[in-house]
Write a protein that binds this ligand. Sequence first.
Ligand code: ASP
Length: 308
Amino acid sequence: MMGGFSLAVHGGAGVLHRDQMTPEREADYHAALERVLSAGEAVLDADGSALDAVTQAVCALENEPLFNAGRGAVFTRNEQQEMDAALMDGRNRQAGAVAGIFGPKNPVLAARSVLEHTDHVLMIGEGALAVARTAGLDFEEQDYFFTQERWDALQETLKMEAEGTLDDDPSRRHGTVGAVARDRNGHLAAATSTGGMTAKRSGRVGDSPVIGAGTYADDATCAVSATGDGEAFLRLCAAHEIDARMRLTSVSLERAAEDVIMTELTALNGTGGIIALDRNGAITTPFNCEGMYRGWSVEGDGRKTAIY
Ligand code: ASP
């Protein structure tokens, strides 16, 4: 199958409420999403693979401190940063993922090194870091990953917990980044990277690095990257559920994604959203909360970024 490329990216479903969003901040988010789209488009426009495009787009998202992944990742309740990332190649359903890691500048590249240099899919701890080191990846120290905003969010969350006033406001808790792409050869890929949820327990792993929950790609159906309440996405096997509905009941991507997010996720009291595209490059971005930082680009049809 041939045709033009498609790319969609997200910077998480934990958007600032409209009344807290200033025009300057809004412009910063749009500009960051534009930079990320450019990084992915550059690969696809040079006839690169969907897998390379989602890898580059997620690296660009991880490098933006505005988003909860890589630089700017949220803190655990022990004041650490533990990052999860995954990617999947729709050509052959090969996948690589890492969970709970700290050190690699770009966790998605650590996931890619698991895909490329091991027989495994999901790795944690020292073993995952050793694979990243052997692959020659850049490592960074705490001061690179630290942002004041995420630190303050942790302190605020712990204070609310202590006072018994903790709510489940997505704008404080959520965030993740991801990309899905269809290349000019009709191949699909998905990648997701996150610091997880603010004030999570040390050792907690969300949906993002779990293939079939927060990340999935198969050329026959779709590529999906999720953001939101990780535990709900895990219980739903959300990304694979969308694939399964398309494969087994022949519904469109749009319908499958809408049902899983608006009906199933909502029924579990979960909030969040996904970005997804199908084998024809048609993109859908449903979410059941106030907003999701997102952008998309379709060859010959231009690009767009959106928050609410
Ligand atoms: N889904 C991510 C996690 O549970 C967080 C998010 O997207 O907000 O780790």
